[in-house]
Design a protein around this ligand. Structure first.
Ligand SMILES: [Zn+2]
Length: 138
């Protein structure tokens, strides 16, 4: 838990998760050390083809934060029961397994694109449940 780095936090617009995300980051002593980019679906919104128009806005903002705030890390926080995951799931049964696949795909994609665009930036990928359970991916 280094206090030296600055990060950008990518998270979802879901109202239920605002206090969860805030408190999680506070617990990690990241208050005042991160810039926030909040968009429907978090990593799903900035990677899924369905939301293509949103992608460039995210990458532009990330680049701006790198330049302005010297961030060295991107913290991606997706969450369970996400409405955007439900949209992508379409008519399939929305269960934990199907939802996990959607999150994993978005994590893999954002990691891949980040490597291409900002090689030096570190990435953390987190999935939070409504009961505040934290699951880390890499
Ligand atoms: Zn969501």
């Amino acid at each position: 838990m280094s206090k030296k780095y600055k990060a950008m936090v990518l998270s979802c617009i879901d109202p239920r998760f605002q206090p969860i995300v805030f408190n999680y980051l506070k617990k990690r002593n990241l208050n005042g050390k991160y810039s926030s980019f909040t968009i429907a679906g978090s990593a799903i919104g900035v990677t899924a083809t369905k939301f293509k128009k949103w992608h460039e806005t995210f990458w532009n903002n990330l680049e701006t934060s790198i330049n302005l705030h010297k961030i060295t890390k991107l913290i991606v926080i997706n969450h369970r029961d996400c409405g955007v995951a439900k949209i992508l799931n379409r008519k399939k049964k929305f269960n934990e397994q199907n939802e996990s696949l959607i999150h994993k795909k978005s994590f893999n994609q954002i990691k891949k694109t980040l490597k291409k665009r900002h090689k030096k930036l570190k990435i953390e990928m987190i999935l939070i449940s409504l009961n505040k359970e934290i699951k880390k991916f890499n």
